[in-house]
Design a binder for this molecule. Structure first.
Ligand SMILES: *[C@@H]1O[C@H](CO)[C@@H](O)[C@H](O)[C@H]1NC(C)=O
Ligand SMILES: *[C@@H]1O[C@H](CO)[C@@H](O)[C@H](O)[C@H]1NC(C)=O
Length: 424
């Protein structure tokens, strides 16, 4: 059955002579499990797994989806295990080195000799260099890159001599079974964590109310008195789709923008120097009783050195978020991304949690960012309640060129999408 269908696709593909059709029919899918992590009620895991299973070779990534599952493969709901974030990063490792594959929490102990291959975003230092990353919204957020675009990796011409390309997975999860305050634990409020030092042994300032410095690996959120529950083994199950590289693929660049970025621009004889400082997290003060609208609006502006055509966009927010928009210099909307809150108990629809973010898929060529254009990122949160450790990130895929004419307005593409959906 499968064989004859496959032959049918090949025949149709050659009859029409469409390279586009070939791309569509060549999408490969693999499902992987992360290394195991264990959580008891109230406990936190923040693991860095180096050299995870990942498709190999010169390929173009088409999507990456993930969720937390238990030992039987059942999806675990957010009200039991809150997925604060997962992040997938790319790096080159010297071939002769055998790396310990897991680091618990301590980012600073990163193995030496690694070269992190950052995305094209503007945050500096170690932050936000990942290729993929989401949080509680994972199950309900599309990550597909439309044809003929793709995130191109594994190009042997780019990998330095003596190195190989590898992938790192960071999972940060908080078990909130039996805790006194589920939202407080997921927002990493320090008063619930009984910590006085951050994960690097630095004293936590008394005015630091909450965020990642209080909920690092193996910390413990406060449990209801007398609550006992079993420790359990969990995994991130992730599904990667890709196509093998061919000349018809149009590469996209990944940009991760951060609303906390305090951009400083200084004039220099050789041009503007733009200094980015991404804080990643921020707090939302609860509104005072006199205010009409309890809305926290945070914004930042920065120049995009290199522009291009927006192919995909999505924001990342935490509970309390009401949406985020990226604007062009003239105020036009480049992409607006709005959270969906769950309404029930089941995994994927958990009440009070963000279970999906809307995405933008502008028609190729219709949304353009100019070289050097100043963009403004706005992140809105409800301030009916205060929040700690929230985020306002924006993930953009930008193509610096458009496909050749035959790929655009293609009736073949929808035809083959339909054909393929019959087979899947
Ligand atoms: C808080 O931490 C201190 C020192 O690490 C420990 O002695 C104490 O038992 C902890 N309290 C709770 C409620 O876990
Ligand atoms: C954010 O709030 C501002 C100010 O009220 C509003 O103009 C904008 O439309 C909001 N954006 C989103 C995405 O909710």
């Amino acid at each position: 059955m499968n064989l004859s269908l496959a032959i049918l696709v090949v025949i149709l593909g050659t009859t029409c002579g469409g390279a586009f059709a070939e791309l569509e029919s060549k999408v490969k899918t693999a499902v992987f499990l992360s290394p195991k992590f264990e959580l008891g009620p109230g406990s936190v895991a923040n693991k860095y797994d180096y050299g995870i299973d990942f498709p190999k070779g010169h390929i173009a990534l088409k999507s990456f989806n993930a969720e937390v599952v238990d030992e039987s493969g059942n999806p675990v709901p957010l009200h039991e295990t809150y997925l604060h974030h997962w992040v997938v990063a790319r790096y080159y490792e010297p071939k002769h080195v055998t790396t310990q594959t897991r680091y618990d929490g301590h980012r600073l102990l990163r193995p030496s000799g690694h070269i992190v291959v950052r995305n094209s975003g503007t945050c500096q230092r170690d932050e936000l260099g990942q290729y993929y990353g989401l949080g509680s919204e994972t199950r309900g957020t599309a990550t597909d890159v439309p044809d003929p675009f793709g995130i191109v990796v594994g190009d042997p011409a780019e990998i330095p001599e003596g190195y190989e390309e590898k992938w790192l997975l960071n999972i940060h999860a908080i078990d909130t079974r039996g805790v006194v305050d589920k939202l407080g634990c997921t927002e990493c409020r320090c008063e619930l964590y009984n910590v006085t030092e951050d994960e690097n042994g630095k004293a936590i300032r008394s005015d630091y109310k909450g965020g990642l410095h209080c909920c690092y690996d193996e910390t413990q959120c406060k449990l209801r008195e007398g609550f006992h529950g079993p420790k359990r083994s969990l995994y991130l199950r992730y599904t990667v789709k890709w196509v093998d590289w061919d000349k018809f693929i149009v590469p996209v660049k990944i940009y991760i923008l951060d609303v906390t970025d305090t951009v400083k621009i200084t004039d220099d004889s050789s041009g503007d120097i733009v200094d980015h400082n991404c804080l990643i997290e921020y707090n939302v003060e609860s509104c005072s009783s006199g205010e009409k609208e309890c809305l926290d609006v945070k914004r930042t502006s920065f120049p995009m050195q290199k522009g291009g055509y927006v192919i995909y966009g999505v924001a990342h927010q935490h509970s309390g978020g009401t949406g985020s928009t990226l604007y062009g210099k003239d105020g036009r909307v480049i992409c607006s991304s709005i959270p969906t809150y769950g309404k029930g108990k089941d995994a994927g629809n958990e009440e009070n949690y963000i279970v999906g973010m809307s995405t933008c898929y502008p028609k190729a060529g219709s949304v353009k960012i100019n070289n050097g254009e100043t963009l403004t990122l706005v992140s809105n949160y409800s301030s009916s309640d205060g929040h700690t450790g929230v985020m306002g990130l924006f993930y953009l895929l930008v193509a610096e060129q458009l496909p050749h004419q035959d790929f655009r307005h293609s009736t073949r593409s929808s035809f083959f999408t339909n054909i393929n959906s019959l087979f899947s």
